[in-house]
Write a protein that binds this ligand. Structure first.
Ligand code: ACM
Ligand code: ZN
Length: 691
């Protein structure tokens, strides 16, 4: 999936000439479109650019995403001939304080200046107000920006659509309740009690048992945010939280709204939390600053189709700041996703503190460069931070699943401890994408001491019973590293001499037995000593899935093979197929990431089309299906906003695939609900892909 580009060498040469520039003056004709267009270079290769002067550039539009989330950019001078500023062109360029839009500016598109929270002065030289998208400044309080317009134009701006907001203080507007609530993922059953309503002014009081103190806190957050309620002892119509395990299986809930109040009953605390998340979506207003005046009476009965709805993030390729992980937890929980999988180690970095092996973070957590982006990339999470994240996420009913790769994707660890690989070769940290042939050596006891210590230290940090062991892309061709290692081949001979060894016709060679030996040992340790359930990415070289393990179907085109293996081995399987779930792939042709090593377009519709049963029927669903997962591999994702851009809204389509019953799902209906929900995301400053 992460095959390297043949283009890479050319890209690196290009990057050498462009990186390090602090101030860029761009003149002349602009190349626009394709992976190496001028905007992509300005945005991604000039990683430390603070000033950009395009006044003499022969370019009349700043294309969509042109300078997306360039936090260092302080000053930009637009081309004199500028007409159009595209969607999200300067999203989250939050160090810019002042902007001047040239006289010919005609159009400013959706979220062009979204989250530009540093902006203080906006000067528009156009005498006629340019067309301004309603959400061009999403996530920004425009009433705090000083708008300067040409003499004699102020009146026109004051009455022009969306410019008027620059002249008013934000107000709270009372809104009608929509006829149908927009809830994602779609619940099992919604019954509207026609004609009955509940005034939101009568809300405030919460009645709940002590065991639901956390859920009470979450409810207070919702009521504070959506309705501005501060006093939770007042209000004549209470919101009652309770547990009743007769209403359904794990995570099930019932939400009832009538004229006298709201009751949320969960089969467990998670069910109560999901009832609160549904209520939160019911309270989503149409407009920024809107507040629903009443709620239509309704009964919702809901429970998940699959037990785990996961997102995987990759802080190795490009580090994700600790606090941003918390943001992702809060956002995914809104859509009833319940696992954040942290890919903590890879060829390009080791990102988790291991007290007994300090070199892993001292030497393995910093490098310069990710392919053609020659920027310094460093950072790791301390064990204390991860403990804090686990507790924080549990408040949102999200569990944190750590991944430590084996036997491949471990070049950063080998860089720190060369004895981990065959022949103890010295390796630099990898600075490009792709697959390394260097693997952990299965015949060296040091490998097991190392892994057992890492898993032991992490077992008290991550309380989830799951731990992911990687297992993917162990060289190209796979497992060849071990063919030239004397001690590995001696171990293999030993394994083959066992009377239990069965021939495996059609195998490239027998190295897969060494992988099995390694996984058997580590899995046994995790089961017996740490009481953990191992997970791994399924590859055909596994041949078998050990009892009590969970595999991930991920390779495009091999989903059915992985499912067949899971059924044959009576194992659980996570559906994360490249056909639908690789959220790091572009969602539309030419969209970010423009650099592409053959990643197929995976549109919102394509993600939505995922049927987690994959046509295998009820028995598979009941016995083997574990959940759904989306990946966010980060070779090309160089800011948190871009991580969100890739994740959303496709993660909402994935959450509906994982939660909602197939018979309740309809893509057109999903899009209708998504329109309201994604507008709310934009108002809250959450970055999502362009429609
Ligand atoms: C993977 O995409 N290498 C699991
Ligand atoms: Zn070896």
């Amino acid at each position: 999936m992460k095959k390297c580009l043949t283009l890479l060498i050319a890209m690196l040469a290009l990057a050498g000439t462009l990186a390090q520039a602090q101030i860029v003056k761009k003149e002349g004709a602009f190349r626009c479109g394709g992976w190496n267009d001028d905007f992509r270079q300005l945005r991604d290769l000039h990683w430390n650019m603070e000033e950009l002067d395009m006044s003499l550039a022969d370019c009349d539009s700043i294309r969509q995403n042109a300078l997306h989330s360039r936090h260092r950019l302080k000053k930009i001078v637009f081309p004199d001939k500028l007409r159009i500023i595209g969607s999200q062109a300067l999203f989250a360029c939050d160090s810019i304080e002042s902007l001047i839009l040239p006289a010919g500016t005609e159009r400013i598109e959706s979220r062009a200046f979204g989250n530009c929270t540093g902006l203080k002065t906006l000067t528009v030289l156009a005498p006629t107000p340019p067309l301004l998208a309603e959400d061009a400044f999403s996530g920004v309080d425009v009433s705090k920006i000083r708008l300067v317009v040409p003499k004699g134009s102020k009146k026109a701006y004051k009455s022009a659509p969306n410019w008027d907001r620059f002249f008013k203080k934000p107000r709270t507007v009372a809104e009608q309740c929509p006829d149908e609530y927009a809830i994602i993922p779609v619940p099992n059953r919604i019954v509207y009690h026609s004609g009955k309503t509940l005034s939101t002014k009568s809300l405030g009081k919460i009645i709940a048992p002590a065991s639901l103190v956390n859920e009470q806190e979450r409810l207070k957050e919702v009521l504070g945010h959506r309705l501005g309620i501060k006093n939770f002892n007042k209000g004549k119509c209470p919101i009652t939280l309770g547990i009743d395990n007769k209403i359904g299986g794990k995570e099930a809930y019932r939400l009832v709204i009538d004229e006298d109040g709201i009751s949320i009953t969960g089969a467990d605390a998670t069910g109560v939390f999901y009832g609160i998340m549904t209520l939160d979506q019911m309270l989503v207003p149409e407009q920024e600053g809107g507040r629903l005046a009443y709620l239509n009476a309704v009964t919702v009965e809901d429970s998940p189709r699959t037990g785990m709805r996961e997102l995987m993030v990759d802080p190795c390729r490009i580090f994700i700041p600790f606090e941003d992980l918390k943001g992702m937890v809060v956002e995914m929980a809104r859509y009833k996703m319940n696992a954040l999988h942290l890919h903590l180690t890879d060829d390009q970095a080791w990102r988790i503190e291991i007290k007994k092996n300090p070199r892993l973070t001292e030497l393995g957590s910093f490098r310069v460069g990710m392919d053609d982006m020659q920027m310094p990339i460093g950072g790791f999470y301390t064990q204390e931070q991860m403990k804090e994240l686990v507790v924080f996420a549990s408040q949102y009913h999200v569990e944190i699943i750590p991944e430590i790769e084996m036997p491949g994707h471990q070049v950063a660890a080998i860089h720190c401890y060369p004895e981990l690989t065959c022949g103890a070769v010295q390796l630099p940290i990898r600075t490009t994408c792709g697959v390394s042939d260097n693997l952990l050596c299965p015949s060296n006891e040091f490998t097991y001491e190392f892994l057992e210590n890492v898993f032991t230290e992490l077992s008290s940090v991550f309380t989830s019973k799951y731990v992911h062991l990687g297992g993917d892309e162990a060289g190209n061709p796979p497992l060849e590293c071990w063919s030239g290692c004397e001690s590995c081949q001696a171990l293999l001979k030993d394994i083959m001499s066992s009377p239990d060894t069965k021939p495996k016709p059609g195998s490239r060679n027998d190295n897969w037995r060494l992988q099995k030996y390694m996984f058997d040992r580590v899995i046994d340790f995790l089961h017996r000593k740490l009481d953990k359930t191992p997970m791994f990415w399924y590859e055909t070289d596994f041949h078998e899935i050990q009892p009590g393990c969970i595999v991930f179907a991920w390779r495009h085109g091999l989903t059915a093979t992985a499912i067949d293996a899971a059924i044959r081995c009576n194992a659980k399987i996570m559906l994360c197929p490249g056909e639908h779930c690789y959220l790091d792939y572009p969602a539309a042709k030419g969209d970010m990431p423009e650099v592409n090593w053959g990643m197929p377009v995976t549109s919102l519709a394509q993600t939505y089309r995922l049927d987690p049963a994959w046509g295998y029927g009820k028995d598979f669903e009941a016995n083997n299906l574990f959940g759904v997962a989306g990946t966010l591999w980060s070779e090309c994702i160089n800011s948190t906003e871009r991580l969100y851009y890739m994740a959303f809204p496709r993660a909402l389509a994935l959450s509906e695939a994982g939660w909602s019953r197939q018979e309740n799902r309809d893509y057109q209906d999903f899009l209708k609900r998504l329109a309201r929900i994604s507008r709310d995301m934009h108002h809250r400053g959450i970055c999502t892909a362009n429609p």
